[in-house]
Design a protein around this ligand. Structure first.
Ligand SMILES: C[S@@+](CC[C@H](N)C(=O)[O-])C[C@H]1O[C@@H](n2cnc3c(N)ncnc32)[C@H](O)[C@@H]1O
Length: 271
């Protein structure tokens, strides 16, 4: 009798996991169907530079990128057992930075719609034995497969600028954040000092695309897209206004490295 029940349980277990996988696959199909033209282009562009993405981040930011992510984590004030979502996670560096401040009950999910980037993230997590704390999933930031109010923190580093509809992307991050939780955005910005701005823009507009092209050999001109996307992105006050229009309050702005990047932290109201 006992054996009979175990076999029945096993059978239904396998059936349920099969269905879950099918539904997941179905979800992915509908997700990719929902991508706009810009979304598809961005997805392919990041796919084309995935292998050199980390190297170029280090080279082009003079290794500052790590300290920027660390700072974003610091100002998020994550509770040690928080559930954190890192959207547009790429190769997972912000997710990893969050995992460092969490205890064994805390969890991080990294989501991205670029398969090649996520494969590298997964490889990194395995190598650093972080799979018990961080998981990555393939998902469009404009259609996150999570219920409302699920995470205490939703964060993004250098990703929201690429999302086809900025306001809708922020609104989706707000939706899955719990009341009282926060939305954190680390993004490139415009330097404040005019002299530094001139020197920086020469580097950012002229040299960075060249170095990026030489190393990545991407046919999508990913490293020319970078400065143009930053220059067409709202300034720090414009971004704060977008966050507020999505229902966030008490939005704080932290400028780092002479204003090259900013971290915005906004709170979702409790009621
Ligand atoms: C510049 S990378 C940033 C990666 C990582 N967050 C970091 O700190 O280095 C931008 C990432 O955003 C992802 N992305 C852009 N639009 C997206 C969208 N609508 N949904 C999901 N991921 C998106 C790209 O695939 C890419 O991996």
């Amino acid at each position: 009798m006992k054996r009979y029940f175990s076999s029945v349980l096993l059978f239904y277990g396998i059936l349920a996991s099969g269905c879950a996988h099918f539904l997941w696959f179905f979800d992915m199909l509908t997700q990719s169907d929902l991508l706009t033209k810009k979304g598809v282009y961005i997805q392919q562009m990041f796919g084309s530079i995935a292998k050199v993405y980390d190297l170029l981040n280090t080279v082009l930011s003079f290794n500052f990128d790590k300290s920027w992510r660390k700072f974003a984590v610091k100002v998020s004030n994550a509770a040690p057992d928080a559930k954190v979502l890192d959207v547009c996670t790429g190769t997972g560096d912000l997710a990893i930075a969050y995992s460092r401040v969490l205890n064994s009950s805390g969890r991080v999910i990294g989501s991205d719609f670029c398969h090649e980037m996520l494969r590298l993230a997964d490889f990194k997590l395995k190598k650093r034995m972080l799979l018990d704390k961080i998981r990555v999933i393939e998902a469009d930031t404009l259609h996150l497969p999570f219920q409302n109010n699920y995470f205490q923190i939703s964060a993004v580093a250098f990703g929201i600028r690429n999302v086809a509809d900025l306001r809708a992307g922020i609104a989706e991050m707000v939706r899955i954040t719990a009341p009282g939780g926060c939305v954190v955005i680390l993004e490139f910005s415009q330097p404040i000092n005019p002299v530094f701005k001139a020197v920086y823009y020469f580097y950012f507009k002229k040299m960075l695309p060249l170095i990026g092209k030489l190393i990545s050999r991407s046919k999508y001109h990913a490293y020319s897209y970078l400065p143009s996307s930053v220059l067409n992105f709202p300034d720090r006050y414009g971004l704060r206004a977008q966050m507020e229009s999505c229902g966030l309050e008490d939005v704080k702005i932290y400028a780092k490295t002479l204003g090259i990047v900013t971290v915005h932290v906004g709170r979702k109201p409790r009621n």
